[in-house]
Design a protein around this ligand. Structure first.
Ligand code: NAD
Length: 324
């Protein structure tokens, strides 16, 4: 199979590309990535010499480029997006452009060129906040941040191309991911790298917002399972292996880095901060045989060790982005 991976130089997309290229199945991967501030060719360094990898620097909103690129691909796995909620609160335009318009450009080209399968990688955030219990796939979307609203727009657009045109679309909605190569503005790599350097970390509001966490390897395994075995037009949840408040998460990272609470600074809460996300992922487990493999304690310890051992990866990124 020849797979077009959009956003394949980002955190999750590069993990997916690296996994595919080290797999004995022999599938070929084309990465299409604009290399925005969080896209990084170094994320593909371990597979850079693979004859099965083609890297194309470009924008998913560029209809001519996408039209030229897509013929010959059997599937599209669509990760490319603007992803940082805080940035979407400051300015939403790039989120609407890439997440909504870019997805429409890809869907149109997939339709025009008869691409066999389109996997749209979405997020638990499209449902908005849930105080108790878990979301199921058929529940209505009620996003509350510009990021999640733009993701919801693209998610619904992808499903509409299935309903309207019969395009073979499958959608995954996943919990928060953690692991190596995550851009150090997101909570786990930001806290980890600051704490390794003895620098303070910012905790939003009272720190009681709840998130589910999943290792990026498990998310990528789920995406791959859905690519190969998911039913057209269906949505599949991929839940976390741990549910923690941000304060609890901070405590785990302090313990892992040998630091104390004196480095935790309470800062004004994010505007419109969702309290809690939680997914019921029975469907992917029962119908596709998915099960996560990485338990949170081991995954987090390995992740902290990775950032400890890969300063050369994150130090220039933090400096360039002027992150604390
Ligand atoms: P990321 O921000 O690390 O990477 C996004 C990648 O997309 C970058 O390489 C960037 O250069 C590229 N990109 C951005 N705009 C582009 C454009 N216009 N054209 C081409 N490439 C462009 O994001 P991530 O955390 O790896 O997330 C990947 C996908 O998974 C996103 O769709 C996100 O919504 C979804 N998701 C993420 C999480 C999470 O916890 N990180 C959870 C669930 C779903």
């Amino acid at each position: 199979m020849k797979i077009l991976v959009t956003g394949g130089a980002g955190f999750i997309g590069s993990n997916y590309a690296r996994t595919q290229l080290s797999d004995a199945r022999g599938d070929a991967v084309t990465v299409l990535d604009k290399l925005t501030y969080c896209g990084n060719r170094d994320n593909l360094a371990p597979v850079a010499d693979s004859p099965r990898l083609t890297f194309v620097e470009g924008d998913i909103c560029d209809a001519d480029l996408v039209d030229e690129l897509i013929p010959g691909h059997d599937a599209i796995v669509h990760f490319a997006a603007e992803t940082h909620v805080d940035r979407s609160v400051r300015t939403a335009a790039g989120f609407v452009r890439t997440n909504v318009l870019g997805t429409q450009v890809l869907l149109d080209a997939a339709l025009r060129h008869g691409v066999g399968r389109f996997v749209h990688v979405s997020t638990d955030e499209v449902y908005g906040s849930i105080e108790h219990g878990t979301w199921r796939e058929e529940q209505p979307l009620a996003p509350r941040s510009p990021y999640s609203a733009a993701k919801a727009g693209s998610d619904l657009l992808a499903l509409a191309y299935h309903a309207t045109h019969g395009l073979d679309v499958v959608v995954t909605r996943c919990a928060n991911n953690y692991g190596p190569y995550q851009f150090p503005e997101k909570i786990i790599p930001l806290f980890t790298t600051n704490l390794l350097d003895g620098l303070p970390v910012p905790l939003y509001g009272d720190g009681t917002q709840v998130r589910e966490w999943l290792h990026v390897d498990d998310h990528c395994a789920a995406v791959d399972l859905v690519l190969r075995r998911g039913r057209p037009g269906e949505v599949y949840h991929v839940g976390g292996t741990a549910e923690l408040t941000n304060r609890e998460l901070a405590g785990r990272l302090l313990a892992a880095t040998g630091r104390g609470w004196d480095l935790v600074r309470t800062v004004a809460d994010r505007k419109g901060h969702d309290r809690r996300y939680a997914l019921d992922d029975t469907k992917i487990r029962e119908r596709l045989g998915y099960a996560p493999r990485v338990d949170f304690a081991t995954g987090l310890a390995d992740t902290v060790a990775w950032y400890r051992d890969h300063r050369a990866w994150w130090e220039p990124l933090k400096k360039a982005a002027a992150l604390p």
